[in-house]
Design a protein around this ligand. Structure first.
Ligand code: ADP
Ligand code: F6P
Length: 494
């Protein structure tokens, strides 16, 4: 990562006035159909990619989420939306099955047991072929475009596109961790997945550790296939070279600053301040996912309430949980577990005549509403057992800084973000008791130290925002793609 930054320097954003169109290929389109019409799709990928699509032309190829009548474009965006419809069987086998019950747990260090089913794998192959076909059609309409494939749902797509467009610059970005080679080796279709990814010119990860895990997996599991690893590059037997990079994703810091100061937010903030008046507010904001450490967080709060009777009336913990993947049994189970813990804690520790200590919202909120919660929270608890990056913590420090607040960020050392935000109160969520002490100690820090930490973290996020990430990524793909095409032409000529 440092190497990439030095190479491109601060001029990188202007450099990607490299105005080439982008064909982004991701499982989800940036919008989905909700109760109130078209709304933003959930999760970090969309949060991160949305700004790209307002600064580049091209297309975004993705699953329509089952909604009909998808608009062809969105306000503020220059890209065409290319919706893909999937059958109920494909959704069950490719999305709920292979993507979310095989790959998701496997790539997240198998903290839930990955399930391996052949029917899911066949469906994953079929659906990847559909995405590749649609991306190729979109590319035909966007001369000179860069192809940018995203995430674990679509790991076969780079190879499928490469097979039909040998000269096409292709980048792949993985939004989740890549585990150790020993763990990845459990996947029955490991060679196919690696070969799929090696169709790209550039394969990128959030951190150096994930990048190096991937390269080691290639060296070990594709040994004998004629590949050779040289530093961060992988040489293929056909002469192609695949670059690997570590490039942490970020947020649109300017947009979150704006959300934090938008007209109307003061009223939201006042209402929340009134609701939690006289209490220290701890906040959790996550998709309801077993990687996020929500149960460990609740148990840590329970320990704090147990140890400190005064907290039962002076502290509130609010968990905002975005519904996610509730067709997958592990997620349904998690929801029931979380709700059970909340019921038990409130049953044990609500003082008669007082408000409950644990508050819970199971829903998505608008960005402005979320910003109001970030603004009033005295602490944000980001405690994943493992998380590729985590954008919520970056959003929190930007909003806190914009409002001149001095909240604390309690951040799991098992998130990609931890390497970028060392001023946070780092924690190990597997040690629940330790976590409860970390929160308590953090709350006791002097206001000026907390303020300085927020301000330093926000300055870092502003400098390394998502526009910089996009520019770095697209520049790398364009450069590598051009180099590969020149090398291929030279091989052919010679
Ligand atoms: P992941 O990609 O695993 O969901 P991230 O932390 O990287 O995790 O990104 C989550 C994104 O989803 C953030 O932009 C966050 O603001 C958004 N988000 C999380 N919970 C909610 C919610 N309840 N309502 C609206 N947005 C949410
Ligand atoms: O961050 C990982 C990820 O899978 C992203 O691709 C997506 O933004 C988010 O989680 C939400 O997941 P889903 O699309 O399954 O709701």
């Amino acid at each position: 990562m440092a190497e990439t930054r030095t190479r491109y320097g601060d001029a990188v954003t202007e450099h990607l006035a490299d105005d080439r169109p982008v064909v982004a290929v991701a499982n989800r389109l940036p919008v989905q159909h909700g109760d109130d019409g078209w709304e933003l799709s959930p999760g970090g990928l969309v949060t991160a990619l949305r700004p790209v699509m307002s600064t580049h032309s091209g297309a975004w190829v993705g699953w329509d989420g089952g909604a009909k009548g998808m608009p062809a474009t969105l306000p503020d965006m220059d890209v065409r939306l290319v919706p893909i419809g999937l059958s109920a069987t494909q959704i069950r086998n490719y999305y709920h099955g292979f993507a979310n019950a095989t790959l998701w747990p496997l790539l997240h260090d198998a903290i839930e047991k990955p399930r391996f089913e052949r029917a899911w794998w066949y469906s994953y192959r079929d659906v990847n072929a559909i995405f590749a076909d649609r991306a190729l059609a979109a590319l035909a309409e966007e001369p000179g475009a860069i192809t940018w494939v995203h995430d674990y749902h679509l790991m076969l797509v780079p190879q499928l596109i490469r097979g039909r467009r040998p000269d096409q610059p292709i980048g792949f970005f993985l939004h989740v961790p890549w585990p150790s080679p020993d763990l990845f080796a459990r996947l029955p279709w490991r060679e196919q997945i690696l070969a799929g990814l090696l169709g790209a010119d550039v394969v990128s990860f959030h951190t150096e550790r994930y990048r190096s895990n991937f390269v080691r997996a290639c060296a070990r599991l594709l040994a004998g296939s004629g590949i050779e690893v040289r530093g961060t590059e992988i040489m293929l037997p056909d002469g192609r070279v695949v670059a690997t990079t570590a490039s942490p994703i970020s947020i649109d810091a300017a947009e979150f600053t704006q959300n934090a100061t938008a007209p109307g937010i003061d009223a939201d903030i006042e209402a929340l301040a009134e609701q939690f008046a006289g209490r220290t507010l701890l906040l959790g904001v996550d998709r309801l996912d077993y990687t996020k450490g929500i149960v460990e967080r609740l148990l840590a709060v329970e320990m704090m309430l147990e140890r400190n009777p005064e907290y039962r009336t002076s502290l509130a913990f609010l968990q905002i949980a975005m519904p996610s993947r509730d067709n997958v049994r592990e997620y349904r189970h998690l929801r029931a577990t979380v709700e059970q813990h909340i019921g038990r804690i409130n049953g044990r520790f609500t003082e008669p005549g007082n408000d409950v200590p644990v508050h819970y919202l199971y829903r998505g909120l608008s960005q402005q509403h979320l910003a109001a919660y970030y603004a009033v929270a005295d602490a944000l608890l980001v405690t994943p057992l493992i998380d590729g990056m985590n954008l919520v913590c970056k959003e929190y420090v930007i909003v806190q800084d914009a409002r001149d607040e001095n909240g604390i960020l309690v951040l799991s050392e098992f998130t990609g973000a931890t390497g970028e935000l060392p001023q946070a109160i780092l924690c190990n969520p597997f040690d629940v008791e330790g976590l409860s002490y970390r929160i308590e100690n953090g709350l006791g820090l002097p206001a000026e130290i907390r303020r300085a930490a927020i301000s330093e973290m926000a300055a870092y996020v502003r400098k390394h925002d998502v526009h910089r990430w996009v520019a770095e990524q697209l520049t790398e793909i364009a450069t590598r793609g051009a180099k590969a095409a020149a090398a291929a032409a030279a091989r052919e000529a010679g």
